[in-house]
Design a binder for this molecule. Structure first.
Ligand code: UDP
Length: 246
């Protein structure tokens, strides 16, 4: 049984914390020894995890799992959990940067095409004066280069590593390399660096408020349909777990 209040949604445990609660938890992770993984979970990945034991184990062994998508919030409420709202990867990236500037935490940004992480670092430092981003790197290194990538991260001694390789690639990457990383917290933030760098646009506020961000992403990137096809399957599994399980 998990020791913190969590929602169990088709096999994945999600922390029932709002953004402030998540930030408090991150503060303790920075103080405590060891390297913690944070997963920002959406319905698509929760569905994939049901078919993939390793991914399920990664999610359920993470130090923190936040509800990134409205599908997760919907499912938690349907299953009777009290959950405030989404804590998305992009909002977490901004909030962590804001707090890092206040607390003196050092960040490293990893992921996206060459040049994007550097641009995102510049943008974040403009928004949050004093923010220390000690380094950045793109997300297209091959496996042979990975020990050099990790060595470079460790040399620069960040407290927090934002990993933007897309889900679930970033979840596997963090899990595989956690033991070699000398950082306190690794957070999977999906395509956030593209948005922060201005390379991609986040959905307009009205889509976000109406919880239709997924629809905006589908309209602006139609080939996401291959991934979003999981959404009705996720809904089916959640309904099955509510009404058909004993
Ligand atoms: N990406 C990467 N390395 C890869 C594949 C993808 O760094 O080998 C990056 C890609 O450039 C993009 C992000 O991962 O910045 C994936 O964005 P997407 O919006 O698909 O992720 P999601 O938010 O859906 O997890």
């Amino acid at each position: 049984m998990p020791e913190r209040p969590k929602a169990k949604i088709i096999g994945s445990y999600i922390d029932l914390l709002d953004m402030n609660g998540v930030m408090e938890k991150i503060k303790t992770m920075i103080r405590d020894p060891g390297t913690q993984q944070i997963v920002t979970l959406n319905a698509e990945i929760a569905y994939l995890a049901q078919q993939d034991q390793l991914l399920q184990a990664i999610i359920n062994s993470a130090g923190l799992v936040t509800p990134d998508g409205i599908g997760i919030v919907w499912a938690a409420r349907l299953l009777g959990y009290e959950i405030s709202n989404r804590v998305t990867g992009i909002e977490l990236a901004y909030r962590v940067s804001e707090e890092a500037a206040k607390q003196g935490w050092k960040l490293f940004l990893l992921g996206a095409a060459p040049g994007i992480a550097k641009q995102a670092a510049y943008t974040l430092q403009q928004i949050y004066p004093g923010l220390q981003i000690v380094g950045s790197d793109h997300g297209y290194h091959n496996a042979q280069d990975m020990s050099a990538v990790i060595e470079n991260i460790n040399k620069l001694q960040p407290d927090i590593l934002l990993v933007a390789l897309g889900a679930p690639r970033q979840e596997f990457w963090i899990y595989e390399h956690k033991k070699d990383l000398e950082v306190r917290v690794c957070i999977g933030v999906g395509g956030s660096l593209d948005v922060i760098a201005g390379e991609k646009k986040r959905a307009p506020e009205c889509f976000i408020k109406l919880n239709l961000e997924w629809m905006y992403r589908l309209l602006s990137e139609p080939n996401r349909i291959k991934r979003q096809i999981c959404l009705p399957l996720f809904v089916g599994q959640v309904l099955k777990s509510k009404y058909l399980s004993r």
